[in-house]
Design a protein around this ligand. Sequence first.
Ligand SMILES: [Zn+2]
Length: 361
Amino acid sequence: MPAQRSSPAATAAVVLTLFSWARLSEQAPANGSTWSYLECKVSLPSLAFPGPEGEKMWPKRYPFCGGQFQSPIDFHEDILQYDSSLLPIEVEGYNVSSLEQFILINNGHSVKMSLSPTMHVRNLRNKFSAAQLHLHWGNQNKLEGSEHTVGGKHFAAELHIVHYNSDLYLDMDSAADKSDGLAVLGILIQVGRFNPSYEKLFNHLQNVKYKDQETYISGFNIQELLPDRLDEYYRYEGSLTTPPCYPSVLWTVFRNPVYISREQLMALQTALYCTQLDDPAPIEMVDNFRKVQEFERMVFVSFQQGFVESIVLASSLVAVVVLVLTFWLIRRTTRSRRTKEDKGIIYKPAISKEEENTSTA
Ligand SMILES: [Zn+2]
């Protein structure tokens, strides 16, 4: 499908503003193209190019990637703790007019859409303004492309909406390396029904197939990309999942996934390349998710349902075991009593009438 181009006269000023948003929202360092996911390294002819490096090599150049509080992580029961003070997430200014334009860019690692700082997340400790959103995904042979996992289980893909602390910092660049600098909303994506809202992004993938290509997308309600329930989420303090991996992110990963169709997922998995248009050795952009990191601290959750269900399930199992044991004991006692009673009976041998008569004669 062709790209929706802006009307130059009407939106020139907006486009200029958007270019500045794009610059603000860059989270990679000056030479951000010097890292990659493993897939890109494997695919590169190593003799011809020094090449980007797989994620195991990230700490060499970006020390924070080998440091503490790294993301993504696995959410498993042992580290989850209910926190009643976690309020439902509220977003403000997410419903962007169709007269405005977003810039969509292939940055060589993902497809990224610049967002307006007039978009905010509320109910966090500070005011956080939107900078950009981007996606992580796997490849067409598997449904595992999310960065965060739940109980060791991957989802098909994951959307990140990146915000910076606009109470304390001027822009994304100055906030990115501060411990209280960023807040990211993580949306887990699963295969299901066709999703018309995500199609507003996926429609344009063919226009940004190669690294550094850009296109424009008409504004729409970005909240449509979020799950319905904004009150159930995982909360923890972690890091950027790409170099330079600053431990500066207040993570909110929603508990409930959003659904896209298998065809939509495949479009995401197959449309893009890490390399530029004229690269003689094009590399598909697949598996652009970081592996889960070790995490020693607690993750706070805003919901109790899972725990209540676990307790109910455990209680039911205990009740069943007790019932079975009781039944078994009753049967055992009854049998034992019968055996004892049986031992007390003296059986007389049966004697025929004739024998009886004979004997009495
Ligand atoms: Zn991300």
